[in-house]
Design a protein around this ligand. Structure first.
Ligand code: RVP
Length: 503
């Protein structure tokens, strides 16, 4: 006889938080959203932590190197998609690791014998007003001068004038030597009243620029997630097929944390992959596993050595696994059961294995609910796909800007490894769709707004940290009728768009 769970499987929208006592200290500016990503022994610190509890999904439409840099600036982590060649994925990881916050490689360069017309053309195409003059016209050639808009007046200078005749030559330039810190570069910028500082190596070759305005933006990101070398922290997704080749390439590229990306993780394939990683790298390579939706799945992956465990099957916005195969579980029920299993595991072994709620976040308040239900961090696809920084195209649909967003199990991504059960190497049927999501602007603005809401709710609950939220929150189920009461009701909205904005 089959086991039938009598409790319905529930999702986030079926719950609300009941406020707790808020002291005068319960103010959003006092809330910390720092959270562990990898497992640790009671009383010790995790090797990888994030400053905000958000990570971006292992998806072609979501997590490339651009998204990874943007999210690390806010304090979160991207898991760069694995449904691409090993070389390309490793190159993306390398790009993130070599990105020095505030040090910008020069992408607008000319040679001394280029002309004013060349400079104007470059300026028009790039929108940048600083042009480096190097011996070979590349961003890494020997620096011989600089052209900014202060160096020429288009009305007075013929467009065929050679750059060497009007540039500011090297001997009159202020520059910094490779190896200086961002704050040292900023001091030079201020002392010399310049807007940009070229950085050159010991051979006089251009390395990068530091711009006054970028330093200000660096200052605006107090949550930046950096390693000991001041490089951004980055993650990557792997599969249970080519891990013996993929993982070494990612580790060489400097990846900080891996996750097995699979629609269903309670499997021998995951245990084999984890075993291989632990045998080859011991504790130096951190790897999460999943996805699971119950205690049995959690315990299996915990025993197999996972550094964190992802929770969720079939709840992703683009996911049709439940319709196609009839497997899955409401995300709230899954997180609640797995969080209880995590706490039991801690009690039994003294080891805290963080859990990640993956997929199904629709409203910002779902983030707070997921954390209150026990998630240590949250993986999101649709949410991040809407921003400028996601790799997908921005397109106009019926007069509105949209971004493309497609599932890894769609025919477009063809990520068969994610759904692999050991048979042929091909996608046999689709488990995801290809879609649009409304374009929403910059990641920085949106993440800050969403997290302001999370912090505000936490203050209503009288808690100042994620562990406090997990231990002290009171959740209530909502009836279908009370859900209606939660929105604007029994009034005639003046502006219909309000109903959309609330989403
Ligand atoms: P969402 O944030 O609701 O868009 O969900 C994103 C999650 O959906 C991913 O992190 C992944 O677990 C899952 N996913 C990705 N592709 C597919 C699919 O094609 N079915 N599902």
């Amino acid at each position: 006889m089959a086991i039938v769970l009598t409790e319905p499987s529930r999702t986030f929208s079926e719950y609300l938080l009941v406020p707790g006592y808020s002291s005068a200290e319960a103010r959003p500016e006092n809330v910390s959203l720092a959270t562990p990503i990898t497992k640790f022994k009671k009383g010790e610190e995790p090797k990888i932590k994030a400053n905000i509890p958000l990570v971006s999904a292992v998806m072609q439409a979501v997590s490339d190197d651009g998204m990874a840099v943007a999210l690390a600036k806010e304090g979160g982590i991207s898991f760069i998609f694995g449904s691409q060649s090993i070389e390309n994925q490793a190159a993306m990881v390398k790009k993130v690791k070599s990105y020095k916050a505030g040090f910008v490689p020069s992408d607008t360069n000319v040679k001394p014998d280029s002309t004013l017309a060349d400079v104007l053309e470059i300026k028009k195409n790039s929108g940048h007003s600083t042009v480096a003059v190097t011996d070979d016209g590349t961003g890494h050639g020997k620096l011989v001068g600089l052209v900014t808009s202060k160096d020429y007046r288009v009305s007075r200078l013929s467009t065929d004038t050679k750059v060497s005749e009007f540039m500011t030559p090297l001997e009159n330039l202020v520059y910094g030597n490779a190896g200086i810190t961002l704050s040292e570069a900023n001091d030079i910028i201020w002392e010399n009243k310049v807007n940009q500082l070229p950085i050159v190596d010991k051979d006089g070759c251009l390395v990068a620029f530091v711009f006054r305005k970028d330093y200000d933006s660096h200052k605006q990101n107090p949550n930046e997630l950096l390693d000991d070398n001041k490089s951004f922290i980055v993650g990557a997704g792997i599969n249970t097929r080519d891990y013996e080749e993929r993982i070494p390439a990612l580790v060489d590229a400097g990846v900080d944390v891996l996750t097995i990306d699979s629609s269903e993780g309670y499997s021998e394939w995951q245990a084999r992959t984890l075993k291989w990683v632990k045998e080859k790298y011991g504790d130096t390579v951190k790897i999460g596993a999943g996805n699971v939706v119950d205690k049995e799945g959690f315990d299996f992956l915990a025993k197999s050595g996972a550094d964190f465990i992802k929770v969720g099957i079939g709840g992703g916005s683009i996911c049709i696994t439940r319709e196609q195969k009839g497997i899955g579980r409401g995300q709230a029920s899954a997180v609640l059961e797995v969080a209880a299993a995590r706490d039991e595991w801690l009690e039994k072994t003294g080891e805290y294995i963080p859990i990640c709620s993956d997929g199904g976040i629709v409203y910002d308040y779902h983030m707070t609910l997921a954390l209150a239900m026990g998630a240590d961090f949250i993986m999101l696809g649709r949410y991040f796909a809407r921003f400028d920084e996601s790799p997908s195209a921005k397109v106009m649909v019926n007069g509105n800007y949209m971004k493309e967003y497609w599932g890894e199990g769609s025919a477009r991504a063809r990520n068969w490894q994610r759904y692999d059960l050991g048979g042929d190497s091909k996608l046999k049927f689709e488990e995801g769709v290809d879609s649009y999501v409304p374009y929403a602007g910059s990641l920085h603005d949106n993440v800050n707004l969403s997290l302001e809401k999370v912090k505000s709710t936490m203050c209503n609950c009288g808690v100042l940290s994620i562990p406090e939220l997990q231990h002290n929150s009171k959740l209530t189920l909502v009836s279908a009728t009370s859900i209606i009461e939660g929105g604007a009701h029994d009034v005639v909205l003046k502006d219909n768009s309000v109903a959309t904005v609330r989403r």
